[in-house]
Design a protein around this ligand. Structure first.
Ligand code: PMP
Ligand code: GLN
Length: 455
């Protein structure tokens, strides 16, 4: 043993010089190779990580990241407390990988009613870690190298990196602004798809289109004609539709949310995505879902079982109870899904007035809990800097949170790199906030305006 050890030691010391040189050479070679996978190239920055940190550091009033600062409904909180403190030890353990049985059952009943078809809880519904994971599963399951995915701009920012990570190519089609008549506030309904432009984006390479109605950030609620145009193109080109409907209950002024999966020819090719984060105001629970035909969902299940496998059981149990209540109260005034938009509409109207009064021209949203406003009249506070690569609205939003204590999100976040600079004089504000929070935002804006107008 000793001899062998000695030998090998001797051998090691004799060969030391050359082996060190060799290993430093090879470690240099290794160092020069990027450590990360190529698919991560260019997607390392994340607006939410950056702006959540800025808001935490500087904001007095945070209307940035989209989450409510008021509590979720008592019936839901109570259901969660019962789930974690009750007799059932099972609710602390794994449940069925593709969704806790009580939750998939009630989601199948609920969405079956909305879509007018019988849904099988085991094959037509899958529970995910928030809508984010449902989206991720769609791109991973269906998009291949060389496939194109049509994304309507402005778009919830994660669609683009998710398409790229799957090896696909995003193809952007803009919502174009029709100038409103003079004297009227802009509305999210002024933004629309040009049917010919939309049609021109479809080709044999198109694998899917991502639809997001109501749309984050504009709050646009797509109308029947627009959805039918999308549906016709999907059917003609054999494309799939990933329909992100996380704000499905947040529609205002009597508008109706239409589900693209209910249009002719669309059920078979659509995955509809939702989230309890938005539905019940519990963004931190991260319980989302995907609804669709088995021929599509079976592939989502493959991604899910080989990645996260399972979502928190107690949160799923509580969301199941919340949906059970909503199923019983469906269409009644006591239903939370009816109450929430009524409350939010008032908050929207307050923020619209507040922004309009100081000259940040609001685009009145038909849905979601976001409101986009034009900051052009405030440009004198933050001069343009032609030498900066950063979009103007991003510099403005950073200046605003640091100097005024008010956090909002630059609209350029929701455009691809090539289009950011042409949409950089808007900010997105979240109005899912307590009255006191919105009043505090109003105070900041009013004081700012007074400061600007005093000589
Ligand atoms: N889609 C859109 C349009 C969103 O705004 C969000 C943020 N809630 C998500 C998906 C992700 O939802 P979740 O928090 O449930 O993952
Ligand atoms: N969907 C939310 C928003 O648009 C939050 C996104 C996030 O935090 N990643 O503000």
């Amino acid at each position: 043993m000793l001899r062998r050890a000695g030998l090998s030691l001797c051998h090691f010391s004799l060969g030391r010089k050359s082996s060190t040189a060799r290993s430093s050479h090879s470690s240099q070679a290794k160092m020069s190779k990027p450590v990360q996978a190529q698919r991560l190239e260019g997607i390392d920055k994340n607006i939410w990580v950056e702006f959540v940190q800025l808001a935490a550091t500087y904001s007095k009033v945070n209307l940035g990241q989209g989450f409510p600062d008021f509590p979720p409904p008592d019936f839901l909180k109570d259901a969660f407390v019962r789930a974690v403190s009750g007799q059932s030890q099972a609710l602390h353990q794994y449940t069925r990988a593709f969704g806790h049985p009580p939750l998939v059952k009630v989601l199948a009943q609920f969405f079956g009613k909305l879509l007018g078809r019988d849904l099988d809880p085991m094959t037509n519904v899958m529970v995910t870690v928030g809508a984010y994971q449902a989206l991720f599963c769609c791109f991973q399951a269906f998009v291949e190298e060389g496939d194109e995915v049509i994304i309507i701009e402005p778009f919830f920012d994660c669609y683009e990196p998710m398409v790229r990570m799957a090896g696909g190519t995003p193809v952007f089609v803009p919502l174009r602004l029709k100038a409103p008549e003079a004297g009227r506030l802009m509305s999210s309904a002024d933004w629309g798809l040009d049917p010919a432009e939309l049609a021109s984006k479809f080709s044999e390479r198109t694998k899917a289109i991502v639809l997001n109605s109501p749309n984050n950030p504009l709050g646009k609620v797509f109308g029947r004609r627009e959805l039918e145009a999308v549906a016709r193109l999907c059917v003609r080109h054999g494309a799939l539709c990933f329909s992100d409907e996380v704000y499905e209950w947040l529609v205002y002024d009597g508008r109706q949310h239409l589900r693209v999966a209910s249009l002719p020819g669309m059920w078979e090719r659509t995955v509809t995505i939702g989230s309890s984060g938005k539905t019940f105001n519990v963004t931190g629970w991260k319980v989302g879902w995907a609804v669709g035909p088995d021929r599509l969902l079976r592939h989502l299940r493959t991604v899910h079982q080989n990645s996260v496998y399972h979502c928190a059981t107690a949160a799923q149990e509580a969301v199941a109870q919340g949906f059970q209540r909503e199923l019983e109260l469906y269409g009644k005034p006591e239903s939370y899904f009816m109450q929430l938009p009524r409350e939010l509409q008032q908050k929207r109207d307050y923020l619209v007035q507040s922004l309009a009064a100081v000259g940040m021209k609001p685009i009145v949203p038909e849905g979601t809990y976001f409101l986009v406003a034009d900051i052009s009249e405030f440009k004198s506070d933050v001069p343009e800097d032609p030498s900066s690569d950063e979009p103007y609205d991003s510099r403005f939003a950073k200046w605003m949170v640091k100097n005024k204590g008010l956090a909002a999100i630059p609209l350029s976040t929701f455009f691809c790199n090539a289009h950011k600079s042409s949409h950089s004089h808007f900010l997105r504000f979240c109005f899912a906030k307590e009255e006191g929070t919105l009043k505090a935002a109003n105070d900041i804006l009013q004081a700012w305006r007074r400061e600007k107008s005093s000589p």
